[in-house]
Design a protein around this ligand. Structure first.
Ligand code: UGA
Length: 449
């Protein structure tokens, strides 16, 4: 099919690339002409595993193109995926101005009927407003619009794999023809009939994705409800970690056993510095806001948010306990990205740690496999090191802030010989206290003795 993708951020680029890889013809557009120029020159503006390779092969095969001319992109597709940002306003409410702008553009630029699909995470009832805007701004009554919601459940860092191997594809529609069209778009993935770029065509056998057809309101709610529940799970595990510290238990033993119960499930129960990124913090806030707007009490989610914010305080209690005075101490910050396998630093707990360290007068030597360029733009005065061991040289403490695989394999003998003091504060529970103490380190983590 001919598809348009509006917005070339994480969601838009991954969606466009993967749909092209699945055999569709995709035209992508973005308001940022510079980003389009880069994409046309073969430069992928974000780090996401497999993405560069897929975009390159789709571009060479002529299945994906980029234009800064939104009208051109809108006219090219039978179906249009809206993948623009919905950032939080000061109040926590989702800012839908980009969606509104795109709706008006589609209404005025389209010359043929379109299926307009919300992919961005939006509060429930946005589809109704989108529908209203499309008809209000359309000048041609022959051009009919149908609206659908197709929330994305991709995780940064594994977005391509998630796209090709989803648990479920949710489509919220107004009529059966939209559901049929969306089923056709996802047919290669539903039938597992594509050359998987992640496993080089040899995907491990697994269950096929569920294709769920719902109302638009339900689809929108499914996305917010899912993300918020995962955030809730993380905060729950973090409170259990605090409790473990107080009563002398081990959070990993507790959450592992909990997770073996299929009603609970073992994922998203890792305690540490808490959740970050551009999805959970903003989606939780937007969901709280939406609930308040319609008079529903969502205190349970407010508590999850509060617990998450307190993770940084908890980390600093440990830092103060270990280091005593922070001012003038040389601190190695290992990890800046909000999680591993991404260069994304938006709402990264690591950056909250950095900000607090700056306030307290620490000398910060930071390292991250992917996120240093973005962090440098925000904090130009930190010392950055490509080499982890250079970051650790002469450090009074090492702070592990992101769960990068490479941080799980640190040669602590070598690190210890370089550091001024053998002190590790592990914000992601990557090591065990026993192992670190055997190597002569003072070691602090979350929810363990
Ligand atoms: C999240 C969801 O997992 C996706 O399903 C969803 O599509 C996406 O948001 C979105 O709305 O676009 P993402 O933000 O990429 O994906 O990252 P996650 O892997 O979910 O991690 C979120 C945060 O939680 C990270 O900071 C991570 O370190 C933290 N986390 C995760 C924990 O602290 N503990 C855990 O057990 C798991």
């Amino acid at each position: 099919m001919r598809l348009s993708v509006i917005g070339c951020g994480y969601v838009g680029l991954v969606t466009g690339a993967c749909l092209a890889e699945a055999g569709h013809n995709v035209v992508c557009t973005d308001i940022d002409a510079d980003r389009i120029a880069k994409l046309n020159a073969g430069v992928v503006p974000i780090y996401e595993e497999h993405l560069g390779r897929i975009l390159d092969s789709a571009h060479k095969a002529g299945r994906i193109s980029y234009t800064a001319n939104a009208g051109e992109a809108i006219r090219a597709g039978e179906a249009i995926f809206i993948c623009v940002g919905t950032p939080p306003k000061e109040s926590g409410e989702a800012d839908l101005s980009a969606i509104d702008h795109v709706a008006r553009q589609i209404a005025t630029e389209a010359r043929t009927p379109k299926l307009v699909i919300e992919k961005s995470t939006v509060p429930a009832r946005t589809g109704l407003e989108l529908s209203r805007a499309l008809s209000a701004y359309s000048k041609n009554s022959d051009v009919k619009f149908r609206v659908a919601s197709n929330p994305e459940f991709l995780r940064e860092g594994t977005a391509v794999a998630d796209f090709f191997h989803p648990d479920r594809i949710v489509v919220g529609v107004e009529d059966p023809s939209s559901a049929a069209e969306l089923r056709e778009i996802y047919r290669p993935i539903l039938e597992k009939n594509f050359h998987c770029p992640v496993h080089e065509g040899t995907c491990p056998p697994g269950p096929k994705a569920e294709f769920l057809v719902t109302t638009i309101n339900s689809a929108e709610l499914i996305k917010h409800a899912s993300n918020s529940f995962l955030a809730l799970k993380i905060s729950y595990a973090n409170v259990i970690a605090d409790l473990c510290e107080k009563i002398g238990a081990n959070v990993e033993e507790v959450t592992h056993a909990m997770g073996l119960d299929p009603r609970i499930g073992g994922q998203f129960l890792k305690a540490g510095l808490g959740y970050g990124g551009f999805c959970f913090p903003k989606d939780v806030q937007a969901f709280i806001h939406l609930a308040a707007k319609v008079g529903v009490d969502f205190d349970i989610l407010k508590a999850a948010e509060r617990v998450n914010k307190q993770r940084i305080d908890r980390f600093f209690e440990k830092i103060h306990q270990a280091l005593w005075v922070v001012k003038g101490k040389r601190v190695a910050v290992l990890g800046l990205a909000f999680k591993a396998n991404t260069d994304d630093i938006r709402f990264a707990p690591a950056l909250e740690v950095v900000k607090r360290l700056i306030e307290e007068g620490a000398l910060i030597h930071a390292t991250d496999p992917e996120a240093m360029p973005r962090t440098k733009a925000l904090f130009p005065h930190l010392h950055y090191h490509e080499d982890l061991y250079e970051a650790l040289r002469d450090a009074d403490a090492a702070l592990i802030c992101t769960e990068w695989q490479s941080f799980r394999r640190i040669d602590w003998e070598r690190a210890g010989s370089l550091m001024a003091r053998k002190l590790v504060l592990d914000g992601r529970n990557l090591y065990t206290a026993q192992r670190m103490r055997e190597m002569g380190f003072e070691y602090y983590s979350f929810g363990r003795e």
